[in-house]
Every structure is written in C-alpha cells, then in structure tokens.
Design a protein. Structure first.
Length: 236
C-alpha cells in the first residue's frame, strides 16, 4: 500500500494523482495498456474510490490517461509528466494557474503566429495543415485531442523559427492542459473555428490575420476560465 504525506498541504486527491503517475512510470505501463480498475487502485493506495476517480480525472486532463466506456482506463502518454520542468502542474489552484498561463500565451503566441507567416517553409505549411486536420478529426470523433493540440501549437512555434519559443511553448501548453480538457469541452466549435482561422491565415502568409486569429483562439479559452472562476467564487 502507498503511503501519503499527512502533513502535506496538498489535497488527498492531488497526492493520489501524483502517486498514480509514479505507479504508471514505476510499473512501466506503456501507452495503449490498461491500468487496474478503481477497486484495485483504491485497495493499493488505501483511499476511497471517489479519490481514485479524482486522480484519474486529473491525469485524463493532463493527457496521460483516457477512459474508454465499457473497456477501462488506458495510458495514452507518459511524456507529459516529464515535460513539466517548471512544476506548473503541481500548483494547487488550477483555475488561477490556467488564467495566468493563458495571459502569458496571449503575450507570446499571437506574435509567433505572425512570425510563422514570414518564416515558415512550404513543407512547414503542409505539416501545419495536416496537424490542424488531425486535431479537428480527434475533436469531432470525441477522442483525446490534447497531445495533438499541443503538437499543433508547438509546430506554429517551430514555423516562427524562434528556437527559444519552440522549446518554451510545449512546456507552457503541457502545463496549461492540466485544465484544458474542461474549457475545450465547453468550446469545441469555437476551438475548431479559430484553429482553422489561424491555420488558413498562416497558409496565406497573412501575419495580421494570423495574429488576430490566435488572439481570438486564446481569448475564448481565457474568458471561459474567468467565467468558471467566478462561478466557483459564487459557490463558496
């Protein structure tokens, strides 16, 4: 049975999420493989099933697990845990963290989209369209899109030819997607439209259009987080 830090300020659900991630890595559970059911995990971790469900939900939002109805819970990615060198996913107030991250992304990504219009090669543009199409197919099919979405935004940074941004963007986006599954469920159509608008503008090398489309894309998500944060405060 796994031991928990009784003096930790982190909620039990957050501690269990950390322990479950470590369990996946220690047991070398590969993408595509199923983890034990919640009864077995609750027994191993010495917590209630509701706590296990909370931990699983957290790893789903980070793009690590996927729940398949009638089949079980599967590992789909183990890199996310290692790609958070800033430790942003450990911040307890996910609403505030997500809001801060979107504010930072608004400072950076619209300009990267504009730079991509000027600096992307023709091969870069072909790959960008493929990623946009693939992300949309995952959204439409109800599949986990988080990894592909991060890849889409990272590729725009690659197209900008700014090497620092290309390294930084996946780190920021990976941490942001600790929360993104919720906003994207609420903003599916807006996300698809603005993704396509960003892509079309870059393909046309329209820097003004790309900048505006990216700002709109990020602003939609930020506004949703603000609304959810306000609702949370009202419920207190």
């Amino acid at each position: 049975m796994y031991a928990f830090d009784k003096i930790s300020k982190k909620p039990l659900g957050a501690q269990t999420e950390d322990k479950l991630m470590k369990y996946i890595l220690q047991e070398s559970i590969e993408p595509g493989q199923k983890i034990p059911n919640e009864f077995e995990l609750a027994r191993q971790f010495g917590v209630g099933r509701s706590t296990i469900r909370e931990a699983v939900k957290g790893l789903v939002s980070r793009g690590i697990l996927e729940v398949r109805r009638g089949s079980g819970t599967y590992v789909i990615n183990t890199n996310t845990y290692e790609e958070d060198p800033l430790g942003l996913s450990k911040i307890e107030d996910k609403y505030k963290m997500a809001l801060d991250l979107f504010e930072m992304r608004l400072m950076i990504e619209p300009e990267l989209a504009a730079l991509a219009c000027r600096n992307a090669s023709e091969e870069d543009l072909k790959q960008l369209k493929k990623l946009c199409d693939a992300t949309e197919q995952l959204y439409r099919g109800g599949h986990n899109h988080i990894g592909k979405d991060i890849e889409f935004h990272t590729w725009i940074a690659h197209c900008s030819k700014n090497q620092v941004a290309e390294t930084l963007i996946p780190v920021i986006n990976t941490a942001d997607y600790t929360f993104a599954s919720l906003t994207h469920r609420l903003l599916i159509e807006e996300t698809l439209k603005t993704h396509r608008a960003v892509t079309d503008a870059i393909l046309k090398r329209d820097s003004v259009g790309a900048r505006c489309a990216m700002m709109m894309h990020l602003t939609y998500n930020r506004q949703t987080i603000v609304k959810l944060l306000e609702e949370r405060e009202q419920d207190k």
